[in-house]
Design a protein around this ligand. Structure first.
Ligand code: NAD
Length: 730
């Protein structure tokens, strides 16, 4: 069996079917690209073939390129990887351009054989770039299918002609959400947007595509005809000029200039629009190679694609039998419990949702009803689906309802006593195989496990808020947690389609441990007289989604005060309280953040953020001399990164891949960097250690170079070189 096969039907249509061996979805490898090329040659040169249809043997068309290919090319062309990557890209262009020209005479555009793409379902990345090279794209009317070019999400851009073809087909303005934001559409949406050409019932797909290729259609692409004008205007056309100026401003505004792929994409589009099509493809290939050669892109591909997927597939799952959850009991139907109930029911898992009062349990269930209503309004769900999902949730105060649950997720108040009480009440009903998980954000798992009958079956499953949006779930092993509980947690996370990391039990686990120093560093700078706007902008310019002051407002000042007090009580003299004065003052002023419409920022009555609050600099005047931007940025980045390194040193993290993926998905650590360990690898351990020495001298011991980093700097080692043979850069 091979990934592509060619069958010439009696009606004279050559059907090329893509069916990647051993995968549930088609992915393009180097070999399969070469095979497609050969089969196309065979079909187009065969006199018996009147037209060609490219389709799939699966219920989707293709998920994209196998990005591991890029790592293989780098390895193969060690001395000159750019050469290897450019040649690989140009080979792809030649193969797809051949499909597009389909044997037409280069001068007269006469002759050639019609080629249609027939997409039974999802078509992403190169899975759409191949169809874009065909003469007409048919898709089955499958509302669940996703069609688009999501490359930008992993730090690259469509480099197999998708960029050049889509812009020429739709115009730069219309193509921009698809290229710059990786927006995906279902088939009807893709038809409306002009990405594909026809949507037909699934059982008529192949016949429709065949009928079209046999109808002697016109097949010359508009850009291969004389006098072609780009829809919406090329850059020197008045309308086109406005588009490109606007797009450039928008990209820089959104990316703060830290994402090389977005800039390169825009350059490829702009420069490509000024030249003939084949030259534009070459320009696209050059920018694509430039992006692939940027360490940020390799790091993003590694963390956001390769390693994220590996973790989702259970890279660190203990080898025990399948632990799929059939019924989950959720205790506490507040903000978190309601969200966990929603994502569980959406995954088809039966839920028992318990709260102390029936109204509270019902309110928790209503969260799912409201969520589904919004989906119905946006045509993403149906009334039947809503009924089915709600039918899975039993909202009650009756603990007996938990007796058949195989997993419990406790999300009651953050209080050891309340949690212990609930644990005992639950375990009076549940069976011995039921795994008990707590969603605590700050309390030690080992401590909470003391209230459980069997500490081996006790674990932390830490969700982030809002549960339905946040993709990371942090699984925390207590000192006695056993393999079955870990597997249960991982299988549950897989069922609800989120990304897990597994860490050991230390104060604040992993994510909160790293984000708290970021917030604290921002607040202590306020006290030092650093301009609040400088603090916030420095964070954004280095790729953090929210500045530390805005983040404090979002998570609330009272939560900050609570954590500060608890940490001080636990750490005693070792606690560094430099940020507390500002935090406590804000609390005393009643400025609790977004929820009180007042915090480090001012808000209007509707809760819209207005700008930094002027009273802040009245109380903490800004210094005449302000620090350099890079120092502020490094304070903010190292505050998080050094905590990640310490978590690795202390074995809280067992796998740096989890450290990187968890940082990006959990708290938005500068995604362009690929995560804290990838960032240290980009800047290099010798420089990182030297910089820590400087920061320590300027700002204090919290920047002290961790022993591990010092040792690695002395040996000039990288984290991925030293810790992860499996996770080489893509
Ligand atoms: P919440 O106050 O919104 O909800 C808690 C719910 O638990 C309430 O509905 C309350 O009535 C119920 N409850 C309290 N005692 C109970 C008992 N004995 N029996 C049954 N129900 C009881 O709180 P939340 O924000 O949903 O947080 C819940 C847990 O999740 C806490 O441990 C918190 O630390 C953790 N957590 C919160 C966040 C967050 O961002 N809010 C993030 C991660 C983890």
């Amino acid at each position: 069996m091979t990934d592509f096969t060619l069958k010439i039907d009696s009606d004279g249509v050559g059907v090329i079917t893509w069916d990647t061996v051993g995968k549930s979805m088609n992915v393009m490898s180097r070999d399969s690209m070469a095979l497609l090329n050969d089969l196309f040659d065979q079909a187009v040169n065969d006199d018996a073939v009147k037209g060609i249809v490219i389709t799939s043997g699966k219920d989707s068309f293709a998920g994209g390129m196998d990005l591991n290919v890029l790592a293989a090319i780098r390895e193969e062309y060690k001395d000159d990887p750019a050469k290897g990557l450019f040649e690989f890209t140009m080979n792809g262009h030649h193969a797809l351009r051949k499909i597009e020209r389909a044997g037409m005479d280069p001068k007269t555009n006469k002759g050639g054989k019609p080629v249609a793409a027939a997409l039974p379902g999802t078509a992403l990345g190169i899975g759409l770039e191949v169809p874009l090279a065909c003469h007409r794209i048919f898709a089955a009317d499958n509302p669940k299918a996703k069609i688009g070019l999501p490359e930008i999400m992993v730090g690259i851009f469509p480099g197999a002609g998708g960029t050049t073809r889509l812009v020429r087909k739709m115009g730069a303005m219309a193509a921009s959400p698809l290229l710059l934001e990786g927006k995906l559409n279902n088939p009807q949406g893709a038809l409306k947007a002009g990405v594909i050409d026809e949507v037909v019932p699934a059982d008529e797909l192949l016949d429709a595509a065949k009928a079209w290729v046999l109808s002697e259609p016109k097949i010359v692409k508009p850009w291969d005809e004389k006098g072609y004008k780009m829809p919406g205007g090329a850059p020197y056309h008045p309308a086109g000029f406005m588009t490109f100026v606007g797009a450039s401003a928008m990209v820089n505004g959104k990316t703060q200039g830290v994402y090389p792929a977005a800039k390169a994409l825009l350059s490829a589009v702009y420069e490509g629009a000024l030249v003939p099509f084949d030259t534009a493809l070459k320009i696209e290939a050059r920018y694509f190679t430039q992006v692939l050669m940027n360490p940020s892109s390799s790091a993003m591909i590694r963390s956001l694609f390769i390693n994220k997927e590996a973790l989702e597939k259970g890279a660190n799952r203990p080898e025990v039998a399948d632990q799929k959850v059939s019924q989950v009991g959720i205790i506490g139907a507040g903000m978190m419990g309601a969200g966990i109930a929603l994502v569980s029911a959406l995954a088809g898992i039966k839920v028992v949702l318990i709260d102390a009062k029936q109204e509270a349990a019902d309110k928790g269930k209503d969260y799912t009803a409201t969520y589904m209503d919004k989906g119905i309004a946006r045509k993403k769900a149906t009334a039947q689906k809503k009924e089915a999902v709600l039918g899975l949730i039993n909202a009650t105060t009756d603990y007996d309802a938990l007796k058949d649950c195989d997993l419990i997720v406790e999300a009651v108040f953050e209080d050891v006593g309340v949690k212990a009480d609930v644990t005992a009440k639950v375990q009076a009903v549940t069976g011995p195989d039921c795994v008990f998980a707590t969603n605590t954000s700050t309390l030690p798992i080992t401590e909470l496990a003391k209230a459980a009958k069997d500490a081996e079956k006790f674990i932390g499953i830490h969700f982030f808020s809002p549960v339905d949006k946040m993709m990371l779930v942090e699984i925390i092993k207590g000192a006695k947690t056993g393999d079955v509980a870990v597997a249960k947690a991982l299988d549950f996370v897989r069922q609800i389609r989120k990304t897990p990391i597994v860490v050991n039990d230390e104060r604040f686990f992993y994510a909160n441990r790293c984000i708290i120093p970021y917030i604290n560093e921002g607040i202590r700078m306020v006290k030092e007289g650093v301009e609040p706007a400088l603090i916030e902008n420095a964070a954004k310019l280095v790729g953090m989604p929210l500045g530390p002051l805005q983040l404090t407002d979002e998570t609330s000042i009272d939560l900050g005060v609570k954590i500060a007090k608890a940490t001080k009580a636990a750490m005693g003299d070792a606690y560094d309280d430099a940020q507390d004065e500002v935090l406590f003052w804000m609390f005393d002023e009643g400025r609790l953040g977004r929820k009180s419409n007042s915090g480090f920022y001012a808000y209007d009555e509707k809760g819209k953020r207005q700008g930094l609050w002027e009273g802040l600099s009245a109380k903490y005047p800004t210094a005449d001399e302000q620090p350099d931007l890079i120092d502020v940025q490094h304070r903010l980045l190292f505050a998080q990164t050094l905590e990640a390194v310490r978590a690795l040193e202390e074995n809280v993290l067992e796998d740096i891949r989890e450290g990187d993926v968890g940082a990006i998905l959990g708290w938005g650590f500068a995604p362009w960097s690929g995560g804290p360990f990838s960032w240290l690898d980009i800047i290099g351990s010798p420089y990182a250690a030297e910089r820590c020495d400087q920061l320590t001298e300027m700002f204090g011991e919290r920047f002290k170079t961790p022993d591990l980093l010092r040792e690695m700097a002395d040996k000039n080692q990288s984290f991925y070189g030293r810790f992860s043979a499996k996770a080489k850069a893509a």
